[in-house]
Design a binder for this molecule. Structure first.
Ligand SMILES: *Cc1c(COP(=O)(O)O)cnc(C)c1O
Length: 387
């Protein structure tokens, strides 16, 4: 029996169940499924095809090249693909030809979009910076952006689809201030003669907790991967399922005597004669060095702390006299159903968020797709049969 050395099992049924649940909660508000950073490390194409099979109408992927990858595997124009971080040297022609939705933040960027228009108008969402200071137009520049958009729309070169902003999630008061700035910017646009058919503001956290911020559409990422962001709320509390399970198999075991120093720097010493089990996953695979002493992994339903430094390619666990053997499965994080740690708990233990953990699982870790949704279009894609 040869278990895979390491793998990230991605349960597409769990993703789909989360999507159905969240869409039910948001109804009648539209849900845009956010899949930036290769679908938070889960793999863009399979996640997108599973979402399309579930009837999703909006997907957010950050960049034009990522959206074009989805068009290339048959995600049709009935699915709107929202992009909002653009290389300053990007030629927008392919994006416009492929009917991508372009988030635009400033006059120069909008002018480049308008100049790239040929036979079909560009679909544009106007971004407003309401305090995050990432993308989005500053409030000072907003009237000029609106006027250019209005004139370009009148000339038939663009179609203004929406106004949007992104919240800092710093506090309820700060978010309330941001949303009122956004509302004022929308009114100002209307006063300047530009109609905004849609507004979108909230991501996972505000979408769940602040109904009044849902507007016409909520951009959901983390919730759909089973990594809710509210303090002290687990995925299970909400009925969401973590989508990724990270496993490895024990590669070696070694019996050592009491007082043995373990891994680099001997930061851990065995307290008795014991067995060390080698887990072939290291910081190159996304297990932070900081995980030593902070997270536990499960072997055969028992949790063990990481013993000694996490190395580039491996770490060790001290399993005492337990019957742990080469080939046994080590669950680093999973759904929590079998008492294993969840990625949300990893985030908390490592002073970060679960999103960072899943996004950083490295390319050496194969993603293995599971669930009924692996049939049909996703299956054809995984077998390399896509158009
Ligand atoms: C990442 C992101 C989202 C989704 O955020 P979650 O908290 O994962 O739901 C939504 N909108 C924008 C602009 C983002 O960058």
């Amino acid at each position: 029996m040869s278990a895979p050395l390491r793998q990230a099992v991605v349960d597409l049924d769990a993703y789909r169940a989360n999507l159905d649940l969240v869409r039910g909660w948001m109804d009648p508000v539209e849900v845009m499924a956010i899949m930036k950073a290769d679908a938070y490390g889960h793999g863009l194409e399979p996640i997108a095809l599973a979402a399309v099979d579930a009837g999703i109408r909006w997907i957010g992927v950050l960049t034009v090249p990522a959206a074009l990858r989805l068009r290339a595997i048959g995600v049709g124009e009935d699915v709107h693909l929202f992009t909002w971080q653009h290389d300053p040297a990007l030629d927008f022609r392919d994006a416009i030809d492929s009917a991508l939705d372009l988030g635009v933040s400033n006059v120069a960027e909008l002018q480049r979009v308008v100049d790239a228009v040929d036979h079909r108008p560009a679909r544009v969402h106007l971004g407003v910076d309401t305090g995050l200071h990432r993308d989005g137009s500053s409030l000072d520049d907003w009237p000029a952006l609106v006027e250019l958009a209005r004139d370009a729309q009148r000339a038939g070169r663009i179609e203004v689809v929406a106004a949007y902003t992104h919240l800092a999630e710093s506090s309820d008061e700060d978010d309330a201030t941001a949303v009122s700035l956004f509302d004022r910017a929308v009114e100002q646009a209307e006063d300047l003669g530009l109609d905004l058919p849609m507004e979108h503001v909230a991501a996972s956290l505000a979408g769940l907790t602040r109904k009044e911020y849902r507007k016409d559409m909520v951009r959901m990422g983390a919730n759909l991967f089973g990594i809710p962001g509210a303090d002290g709320v687990s995925a299970a509390d909400l009925g969401l399922e973590p989508v990724m399970t990270l496993t490895a198999s024990v590669a070696k075991t070694k019996r050592v005597s009491a007082g043995t120093g373990v891994s680099y720097d001997y930061t851990y010493r065995t307290s008795a004669e014991t067995t060390l089990a080698l887990v072939p996953v290291g910081y190159a695979d996304g297990v932070p060095r900081l995980a030593q002493g902070r997270v536990e992994v499960a072997i055969g339903g028992t949790r063990y702390p990481i013993a000694g430094r996490v190395a580039m390619d491996q770490f060790l666990v001290d399993v005492g006299d337990d019957d742990v053997r080469v080939g046994d499965t080590v669950v680093l994080f999973g759904t929590g159903e079998h008492d294993e740690t969840t990625v949300l708990e990893w985030g908390e233990a490592l002073d970060t968020i679960g999103e960072e953990i899943v996004c950083r699982i490295g390319p050496r870790v194969p993603r293995v797709y599971q669930g009924h949704s692996v049939e049909g279009r996703v299956g054809a894609y995984l077998r390399g049969e896509h158009a």
